[in-house]
Design a protein. Sequence first.
Length: 196
Amino acid sequence: ALDLLIGSQWRHAADGGVREIINPATGKVFATVDEATHDDALAAVDAARAAFDAGDWPSTPVAERAAVLGRIADLLARDKESLSALETADTGKTLAESRIDIDDVISVFRYYANLVTTQSDRLVDVGDPTVISRVVHEPIGVCVLIAPWNYPLLQISWKIAPALAAGCTMVAKPSEVTPLSTIAFIWDGAEAPTAS
């Protein structure tokens, strides 16, 4: 499988490096993923910068960004069982706990879909009826998002959802120990990783 998404293209690591992923419950390798190099990281930042500077996402209307976040939540709900199984194999959590985690991930995307629409162009009362004070949120650029191993998809969602809501582009780096649910989350449907 190709495990690095850089500039809208799935690819292998620049130097062909891979990492074996161990199922903590069995102690056995159950997946192998591409491991990004320094050059891959630079390429990802360059691609994210180009997407921000020349792409449509930063200027996408708030309602459309919120709709995308809602759609992501719907897709997560659709794929909850497969993501939960993958999270369990990747982290060693019980399936019941992984299901709760995926429910939380779904809630994160729904929360930011709602937040971005309710906080957009908010008016602030400054005590003077002749003065209009409006809070306008603007995307800041490229966000680099790094997640730890213990709640891999939940903790990266706490970063991806607000970055998308704000209109930013990003480089997401999951834990090298538990990357599979993040790869599956971002996957475009070609050959998503599975727990075995």
